[in-house]
Design a protein around this ligand. Sequence first.
Ligand SMILES: Cc1cc2nc3c(=O)[nH]c(=O)nc-3n(C[C@H](O)[C@H](O)[C@H](O)COP(=O)(O)OP(=O)(O)OC[C@H]3O[C@@H](n4cnc5c(N)ncnc54)[C@H](O)[C@@H]3O)c2cc1C
Length: 226
Amino acid sequence: MQNELSIKSGSHFLFRNKVEGQIEVAEGKFLLTFEKQFELKAGHVVALTSGADIAPRIYSLCCGENEQYMQILYDLKPEGQLTPLLSTLKTGSYIYVSKPYGSFMPEKEMPMWWIATGTGIAPFRSMLQTGYKPQILLHGARVKDNFYFEREFKTALKAAYIQCYSGNEGVGDFFGRVSKYLEQKEQLPHDNKYYLCGRALMVVEVRDLLISKGIPYENIISEIFF
Ligand SMILES: Cc1cc2nc3c(=O)[nH]c(=O)nc-3n(C[C@H](O)[C@H](O)[C@H](O)COP(=O)(O)OP(=O)(O)OC[C@H]3O[C@@H](n4cnc5c(N)ncnc54)[C@H](O)[C@@H]3O)c2cc1C
């Protein structure tokens, strides 16, 4: 059902929105571009669905505050309810999207480390496009095509952009997972903020590691894609 101009689902109001384009950036990973109906802050998420018959899922926006369109980067879950439908959307299709919201937001003037795996890179692209820069960006992936937006990050961050590669093609800057990279670091700055984004396993493992290395809990900010 895509006739309604807005739908309500739980605590969310979602508004009909037009798809501006979609590309498969790597196998089973899609970058969906749609209308910008509301202002956003870097690090915000939206609730989104293809129609009133499917409960909305949450997605990190991966576009800057001043970009013309909104974008999300998502993983196709073949057995999932929503992403198989999203992956068939074409330019001009309708979706339903909430106002942007969230608390995974950068603090001005605060030195930051950004740590992501897979599509967890999305909010950091939003921050980068908005003008924020980290001391270090660690991006973990098992397939080299999953270092999304590689060129943008390399150009902007140079040696501060570190690809942690845990596959077997011999690419990346560091061989191993982001947790291994952090484990091998003798010292980590205690007064930086550490932003973690990705699947629960990585976020929990890295959070525990940072705490064991003396990073105060309040300096660790997490966004879990569950
Ligand atoms: C704050 C936040 C931000 C997020 N941002 C992103 C993002 O930027 N990009 C992104 O890709 N994802 C993101 N997610 C995850 C996203 O919200 C969805 O969970 C994801 O896209 C899967 O949606 P789906 O409807 O296709 O799968 P679902 O139908 O929700 O299923 C998810 C998985 O569970 C399995 N499953 C479903 N039902 C069962 C069952 N009964 N028993 C066992 N297994 C089952 C499915 O096979 C599938 O693999 C985020 C989540 C949160 C909370």
